[in-house]
Design a binder for this molecule. Structure first.
Ligand code: 5FX
Length: 531
């Protein structure tokens, strides 16, 4: 039996700007990392931030052959660094969500007969009916979104089935646009993959299934039956079910790595390929979330992941099948007004100093004397609103707060919004619930104290750089072990770097914020009606 440190597990992340890889051993220790930056290392594709923004400023694509050549480059880099591929027992990965790849007729045969004497870039030049894959930054498919929602009977019906209302970046509308505007290329397509299942297909040497979790980001999968929704397929394009193949659980071991990788790079022929998934589901796995947990990534925009068992899809946010527990779900909410808004208020109300900002939080009471603020410097995603709106304890609009009250109103408002919208999607604070905070603001304990008080839960911090890669490597290990023993993911990662307890909620906070949350929801509705 190989010692744990002699067995390696790989996690790849085909993200927007780069291709990354992380290797862990059987003790979950990271033993190797590498990456390929698309713009600088594959300049012949002339991308900016890994994409091409077209003249209409709405269409955004990435060259699929760039992703393929990046994989050739990355594996060569690893070999030059002395990485021993023969120790890899399983690999998995992730891809930017919603992007789509259109394999041309005959590509499956090419995948099954990859000459190890040649690179993937040389072998797959003619394998794609669409050279420029639409990616998640595209917003050119509003007509297709409107058609899909109206065909389904409205946004709410579509959200109830697929976990989200129609979004321009979601794959269903992107496929519909290709079919309508490039019928010859659609006709020459024998398979459609997501970026995640496209990457898995390269390693597998055959078309890989779309997994339930990343498939939830297409407006095509019924997230309760985990099958394609026939009505959504019919509203999108002819013969689409056959082109997509059947979706599979995210824990599926798809098979062994293609002979191309054995002969060309020295992989073991027994190395298993575990289904790839979306970057956010992979990050969810990398953070080691468990039922009742909610994770906040506090960055330029703030992202909220929560583990939910009973989903309540809404017109905001997204419910995806859970990548590590096929009977559960994960919710994803995006908030555009994040750190830039926090920095603006720090500059205007705290002399540009985080220390003065923290003092303001320590010197103002829980509940902020009933003052509530909404700070949408740019058009917010959740909810769709804009502008700064302030209310006093009697729900009267006011034009301003004192500097210290403004600082607390900003943070209470941002965290009340996150709790309100997460609960609307089905998140529930249960005994043992944890808030996991990552990103820049998670280093400020006074900010975390407000977060802990609003959620009435302890806040932990965890350095989750490259969480999508790490989550993919964990999933590779779990996929292999679950075949042999059915062990749950949480058992496989239980020795992973435990998050660090940062703060616990003030006992008085629960009563205050349960009341404030109701007022916040009513005032948000008022803003939405007025604007
Ligand atoms: O569109 C998104 C999620 O819905 C983005 O987070 C992409 O997954 C980034 F690749």
């Amino acid at each position: 039996m190989a010692a744990p440190e002699d067995s390696l597990y790989l996690g790849f992340d085909f993200s927007t700007q780069q291709l990354k890889v992380m290797a862990i051993d059987g003790t979950l220790t990271v033993v190797h990392q590498s990456n390929v930056q698309f713009d600088s290392e594959l300049p012949e594709f002339k991308t900016q931030g890994g994409v091409h923004i077209h003249a209409d400023r709405l269409t955004v694509t990435s060259p699929v052959l760039m992703w393929i050549q990046a994989l050739d480059l990355l594996l060569d880099k690893m070999k030059k660094a002395g990485f021993d591929f023969s120790l890899v027992k399983a690999l998995s990965g992730s891809g930017q969500q919603h992007g789509s790849v259109y394999w041309s007729t005959g590509a499956n045969h090419t995948l099954k007969h990859l000459d190890p004497e040649k690179s993937l870039g040389q072998l797959m030049q003619e394998s794609f009916a669409v050279a420029d894959s639409p990616v998640w930054m595209d917003s050119s498919t509003s007509p297709q979104c409107q058609y899909l929602e109206s065909t389904l009977g409205g946004a709410t019906t579509l959200a109830d089935i697929t976990g989200s209302r129609a979004y321009e970046r979601f794959t269903g509308s992107q496929i519909a646009k290709i079919q309508q505007t490039r019928p010859d290329q659609y006709q020459n397509t024998e398979r459609i993959s997501l970026v995640s299942s496209f990457a898995a297909s390269l390693f597998l040497g055959a078309y890989a299934a779309i997994d339930y979790s990343d498939g939830s980001g297409m407006n095509l999968l019924d997230i309760k039956t985990r099958c394609w929704s026939e009505v959504c397929l019919e509203a999108t394009g002819p013969g689409l079910g056959k082109l997509l193949g059947a979706p599979q659980p995210s824990t599926t071991v798809l098979g062994c790595v293609s002979p191309h990788f054995v002969a060309r790079h020295g992989f073991s022929e027994d190395c298993r390929v575990v289904a790839f998934t979306g970057d956010n589901p992979a990050s969810f796995a990398g953070m080691g979330l468990r039922e009742g947990d909610v994770a906040l990534s506090l960055g330029t925009s703030d992202t909220v992941f929560s583990w939910i068992r009973d989903p309540r899809p809404a017109l905001e946010g997204h419910v995806f099948c859970n990548p590590v527990d096929w009977q559960s779900y994960m919710a994803l909410l995006c908030f555009k007004n994040g750190s830039l808004t926090r920095e603006r208020v720090r500059n205007e109300c705290a002399e540009g100093s985080w220390e003065v900002f923290s003092t303001a939080l320590r010197d103002t009471p829980i509940g902020n004397h009933g003052n509530i603020g909404f700070y949408f410097d740019v058009v917010e995603i959740t909810p769709s609103a804009v502008g700064v709106h302030r209310f006093d304890r009697h729900d009267n609009r006011v034009s301003g707060f004192s500097a210290q009250v403004e600082v607390r109103a900003l943070l209470e408002g941002q965290f009340l919004s996150k709790r309100l919208h997460a609960e609307r999607l089905g998140y529930r604070i249960i005994p043992g619930s944890r808030v996991l905070a990552t990103g820049g603001a998670s280093s400020n304990k006074d900010i975390l104290q407000v977060l802990s008080d609003v959620f009435d839960a302890p806040v932990y911090t965890k350095d989750v750089a490259n969480s999508a890669c790490l989550g993919s490597a964990y999933r590779a290990l779990h996929g292999l072990e679950s075949v042999e023993s059915g062990v749950p993911f949480s058992d496989v990662v239980k020795n992973a770097m435990e998050p660090k307890l940062a703060v616990t909620p003030n006992p008085r906070a629960k009563e205050v914020y349960n009341q404030t949350l109701k007022r916040y929801a009513e005032l948000e509705d008022r803003i939405l009606q007025e604007t």
